[in-house]
Design a binder for this molecule. Structure first.
Ligand SMILES: Nc1ncnc2c1ncn2[C@@H]1O[C@H](COP(=O)(O)OP(=O)(O)OP(=O)(O)O)[C@@H](O)[C@H]1O
Ligand SMILES: [Mg+2]
Length: 255
């Protein structure tokens, strides 16, 4: 399978925040890798530092210790190298929904005319063609998440970091979006680092899963997901799926 993904490595990442006079540790010596073209998920309790880790990878903040490498180059603190979808939908309020999408395409070199056309097509595909000309504030939270997700997807960086992209969606839309993400990902295998609270979603989508402890986060376990690609929609019926689900549940429950 052709891959346009890059390898992402986190080496010995430590991060603490100041709370009053105290330094509160959030990430404790995190080592992880996403290989080129791999789909890797982080799962861990609320407040364990997953979004913090994404802000470090995105270069929005710096780690106290440790390094972040893309294809072997130290990129710690650098912005603009990955496409990053934050947990809260991040759209430009002064741009229409369509222009939010087309501007992402323009940053990757598409001409303005072509970008407008493609944005309209993509919005149809996520069932938002009807609101293309609206401004983000008139959309529901779930709709904004879908647009924000599409934006991150179309930035076409070699590493994509998605922070709970489907959390606000109803079950049916969520299953639709998972399928859609998998289809797109299988077409060009960019490297993905994904955060979710759903064990089923993690098992459905990923090649590997890192289970994090509560803060200060350490990696409790690395799980290789054995199901073949493309994933069958009914993979959840597989006894190995049920077994892994229980294993992760046990790990999350024990911390
Ligand atoms: N800028 C900040 N200043 C101080 N503390 C912070 C800051 N950002 C995050 N924290 C703290 O770091 C810890 C981890 O937060 P983070 O948002 O990374 O967790 P999370 O794993 O993404 O949680 P969730 O699953 O609820 O999204 C929390 O205790 C949070 O209060
Ligand atoms: Mg978070």
């Amino acid at each position: 399978m052709r891959s346009v993904g890059s390898k992402l490595e986190l080496i010995g990442i430590n991060k603490a925040y100041r709370r009053g006079k105290e330094q509160v540790p959030v990430l404790n010596n995190i080592h992880l890798q996403v290989h080129a073209g791999e789909f890797v998920t982080l799962i861990g309790p609320s407040g364990s530092g997953k979004s913090t880790l994404f802000r470090l990878i995105g270069g929005v903040e710096r780690p106290d210790q440790g390094r972040i490498l893309v294809d072997g180059n130290d990129v710690t603190g650098q912005r603009g190298l990955i496409s990053y979808m934050p947990q809260q939908a991040a759209l430009f309020p002064w741009l229409s929904v369509e222009d939010n999408i087309s501007s992402a395409l323009v940053t990757t070199g598409t001409t303005k005319v072509e970008a407008k056309q493609q944005a309209a097509n993509w919005l149809e595909r996520i069932h938002l063609g009807g609101v293309a000309k609206e401004y983000p504030h008139v959309l529901s939270g779930g709709m904004q998440m879908r647009v924000s997700f599409l934006r991150a997807l179309l930035m076409r960086r070699n590493v994509m970091c998605l922070d709970e992209p489907f959390a606000a969606l109803d079950a049916l839309t969520r299953a639709d979006m998972q399928r859609w993400l998998l289809d797109l990902w299988e077409a060009d295998r960019r490297s993905v680092l994904f955060v979710t609270h759903s064990i089923e979603e993690a098992l459905m989508l990923s090649d590997r899963i890192y289970v994090l402890s509560s803060a200060p986060a350490t990696i409790l376990r690395e799980i290789v997901v054995p199901f073949e690609r493309p994933r069958r929609a009914d993979v959840w019926k597989d006894p190995a799926f049920v077994q892994l689900r229980l294993e992760v549940l046990g790990l999350l429950g024990s911390k």
